[in-house]
Design a protein around this ligand. Structure first.
Ligand code: ZN
Length: 506
């Protein structure tokens, strides 16, 4: 996810701080610079394909800081943007995190290229500083380096910081605790479209989601460092918005299908509602679980993920979208239609850890994981795959159009029959793909397989199959597992920058 960009602020302000400066990694060092609370900067992110800008809306104090007191500035950068807290006198970097956002995706769509300016609201969260700090937001350049986009001063004594009590109408009906929040990844699973009368259903769905997640590697072996919270603000109505089908629901988090014009893309544009609900627990990342039976979801790195709880693919959606939101993983598939037109410009190495443009095979970013003797690029059964998948995509799109027409016309029985047919096809397709890929000559091997990141050619994925590539509750590939392990390591006080504690290195 790299974007060429034109910044709005003078380029002279860039690189005021040497990149190698980081905070010392000890809890005592943390206490020198930070209080034990969380601050949230709510931002507007506006522009089109040519220009973009951040504007600060307000700063809000949340509850206690549940993030790491040790890994304050990670050694790897993922995401299109990153923010830093810097000592205003010395320029020392006190805290740093990478992230993506909806606006960053919007920039790559047709309307943005035609100059349609839009705004999204979003948040970044950090520990409350003891003294005033500079808050700096940077964006990637095509060569993957960062350039300044926004800066302001955050003064903890500023009376303008909103310090409202936490909301009283948000409930936490269940939690599954693996360890101390400072030493664990804290995931808030937020209910969306569950009414007050559906709290039992929400709790059951939460427990099912937790089981699914904690059975999947690498979460399974790290469960002692993962906390899961069930968080619910009851919705007035069940479900969520389906604009393309003329369905509108008043819900707690404002989630809707058809984000950026893509039918299955399910996100919320109401960041403030999401943050307020999540703020009742010490969370590192929010997962929105939607009371809906339609296939849909989304995941934005460093922000949140969304999945629908009541369809056959719920487990897959939960894990796949969390891969995006938690570890900044790229989609490894290339055949489904998406809204982006130039997310990965040709000839540029993607920033994500699990896809590559293979510009220099000798320096492949996962070369240490390669299976001995594997050819690069790695041949695979793509002709057979493209034949199966091409036929399926065509039939699915035609069915989706018919479903939308039937729903708009109020023909519920017809829509239900068409949905059942679409579901039958999807199951058949997943089974065929699994059969084909599991018999591939290089099945299970780590190599470089062409076809990834929405591009049939020019981008490569690490294994022939992965939950970031094809549909179904299947394992992450070795490269994705390592990236997730390293991310969870950022929340552990006993782990190094690869996510491994002593005795766990491999
Ligand atoms: Zn993968």
């Amino acid at each position: 996810m790299i974007r060429g960009t034109r910044v709005l602020l003078p380029a002279l302000l860039v690189l005021a701080v040497p990149a190698h400066l980081t905070a010392d990694e000890t809890p005592a060092r943390f206490a020198e610079h930070f209080h034990g609370r969380t601050l949230r900067a709510e931002l507007f992110h506006s522009g089109d394909a040519r220009s973009e800008r951040f504007v600060l809306d307000r700063i809000v104090a949340e509850g206690s800081w549940g993030g790491s007191r040790v890994h304050l500035a990670p050694p790897f950068d993922r995401g299109r943007y990153r923010f830093e807290l810097r000592n205003p006198a010395t320029g020392e970097v006190l805290f740093r995190r990478g992230f993506d956002d909806i606006f960053g995706e919007y920039r790559t769509t047709g309307p943005a290229r035609k100059g349609a300016v839009r705004t999204w609201t979003e948040s970044i969260r950090f520990p409350e500083p003891v003294k005033p700090v500079r808050l700096v937001i940077e964006v990637r350049r095509p060569d993957l380096s960062f350039t300044l986009l926004f800066e302001t001063t955050v003064d903890p004594t500023d009376p303008g910081i909103v310090r409202d009590p936490l909301p009283a109408d948000v409930r936490v009906p269940a939690r599954i605790l693996g360890g101390d929040p400072h030493d664990s990844l804290d995931l808030a699973i937020l209910g969306e479209g569950y009414t007050a009368g559906q709290e039992d259903l929400f709790r059951r769905d939460f427990e099912k989601a937790a089981r699914t997640l904690l059975e999947q590697e690498p979460f399974r072996s790290l469960r002692g460092h993962i906390n899961l919270y069930a968080v619910l603000r009851p919705s007035q109505e069940s479900g969520c918005d389906e604009p393309q089908r003329g369905v509108w629901r008043r819900t707690a988090l404002g989630c809707h299908f058809f984000s950026l014009g893509s039918p299955r893309y399910l996100l919320t544009d109401d960041d403030r509602a999401l943050r307020e609900v999540a703020s009742v627990v010490p969370y590192d990342l929010a997962i929105v679980m939607v009371d809906h039976d339609r296939y849909g979801g989304g995941g934005i790195y460093g922000q949140y993920s969304v999945f629908t709880a009541h369809n056959r693919w719920a487990g897959y959606l939960l894990v796949h979208e969390l891969g995006h939101a938690l570890a900044g993983l790229a989609d490894e598939y290339y055949s489904s239609s998406v809204a982006y037109t130039d997310l990965y410009p040709p000839g540029v190495e993607p920033a994500e850890p699990n896809i590559t443009a293979l510009l220099d095979p000798a320096r492949l970013k996962w070369r240490d994981l390669l299976t001995p003797g594997v050819p690069i690029p790695t041949p695979w059964s793509r002709k057979a795959f493209d034949r199966i998948d091409g036929a399926y995509q065509k039939r699915r799109q035609a069915l989706n159009r018919k479903i939308a027409e039937a729903m708009k016309a109020g023909e519920d029985a017809k829509a239900a029959a068409l949905r059942a047919e679409a579901e039958r096809l999807a199951v058949l397709e997943a089974e065929r793909v699994h059969q084909l890929l599991s018999k591939d000559r290089w099945a299970g091997a780590v190599g470089a397989f062409e076809g990834a990141g929405y591009a049939a050619h020019g981008l490569y994925r690490p294994q022939v199959d992965c939950i970031m590539f094809s549909k179904g509750l299947k394992p992450f590939c070795a490269v994705c597992r390592r990236a997730i392990r390293a991310t969870i390591g950022l929340y552990r006080e006993d782990a190094d920058s690869t996510g491994a504690a002593a005795g766990e290195r491999r």
